[in-house]
Design a protein around this ligand. Structure first.
Ligand code: UVW
Length: 318
């Protein structure tokens, strides 16, 4: 252990939205995405061009995952070889053959939504539910309420890498909510209340360049915790933060050394939905070309009972 302060100490004055949507709420800041907000998102569509943000599971170049998780393994169960001479493939009237496969995967081992109950401190998860409700699977604030609700609203790409004039951010490189605001202004479209923030760092380029050495001294770049940042997210009523990094924030808070405090400040305390490991490269190239950084963003994580998060393939329509 380090001599980092406890999460409680670091976040002692941090704002919360607990109770804001009632004692039974399990979707948090996604409540901001009302039908009117969905229409605002649709209103940003200009050409109908569609982009999907999921990274391919089983990429031959590798699947980036949080340390301790392992990439998904897809296994072929049936293919034409099962019907080679004497191979014993199932016989169906009419001679039907088919391919079948299965996936052994960490539910958060690819592009994913975190459930609001995915991370906690001080024995309480989102909305003040007891952390004991996570034992054996999440009884409260699992991914299910988010999966059933779906996510739709106006998204805005904040291309921090491009704004900083870099191909990709460096390990442990930080930025703040003020940088997000400045980046949006430089791109020509300010962040509005209730926008879904889609933040590009292109950091996973280093994973594809370096392979396993990427995990040596692992510290991703990203937003860092400050009271002002948490307050800004609360004031702007941000429903969802999506990034192209594995964990959406600088891994170790540079001031305190605390791991992943923003997961706690934003997700556990404010109910902000987190979407991780997005592939933003095609979208970013298109936005840079046509100068349109806002779009209709739609996503629905997979429905898995009691899960702490599930894979997703978010769709963006410009
Ligand atoms: C952890 O980092 C522990 O989880 P994730 O990045 O999937 O939210």
């Amino acid at each position: 252990m380090t001599d980092a302060p406890s999460m409680n100490e670091l976040l002692k004055d941090a704002p919360t939205n607990w109770g804001k949507w009632g004692p039974d709420d399990e979707v948090g800041a996604l409540n901001y995405l009302t039908p009117g907000e969905v229409m605002r998102g649709i209103g940003s569509v200009r050409t109908g061009r569609v982009f999907t943000l999921q990274r391919m599971i089983g990429d031959p170049k590798g699947d980036p995952v949080w340390p301790g998780r392992t990439p998904a393994v897809r296994t072929q169960i049936l293919d034409e070889s099962n019907w080679y001479d004497g191979a014993g493939g199932p016989e169906y009237p009419g001679g039907l053959h088919y391919a079948d496969d299965k996936l052994d995967a960490f539910l958060q081992g690819s592009t994913q939504y975190d459930a609001l109950g995915h991370l906690w401190y001080d024995g309480k998860i989102w909305n003040g539910y007891d952390a004991d409700t996570t034992v054996g699977g999440l009884d409260k604030a699992s991914i299910m309420p988010i999966a059933e609700r779906g996510v739709a609203g106006r998204g805005i790409l904040l291309d921090i890498a491009r704004w900083r004039g870099k191909e990709a951010l460096d390990p442990a490189e930080t930025f703040t909510h003020e940088d997000l605001v400045a980046c949006a202004e430089a791109q020509g479209t300010p962040i509005e209340k209730h926008d879904i923030l889609v933040v590009r760092t292109n950091y996973l380029k280093h994973f594809f360049d370096k392979g396993d050495a990427f995990y040596d001294d692992f510290c991703e770049p990203g937003l860092t915790y400050s009271l002002e940042l948490a307050q800004w997210f609360q004031d702007m009523e941000i429903p969802n933060l999506a990034t192209d990094t594995i964990a959406n924030e600088v891994t170790y808070d540079p001031g305190s050394g605390v791991a992943l405090p923003l997961h706690c400040a934003l997700m556990r305390n404010l109910g902000v939905a987190l979407t991780e490991i997005c592939d933003l490269e095609e979208l970013a190239a298109d936005c840079a070309e046509d100068g349109q950084f806002t779009f209709f963003y739609v996503a629905a994580p997979l429905k898995v009972a009691k899960a702490a998060g599930t894979p997703v393939n978010p769709v963006v329509i410009k």
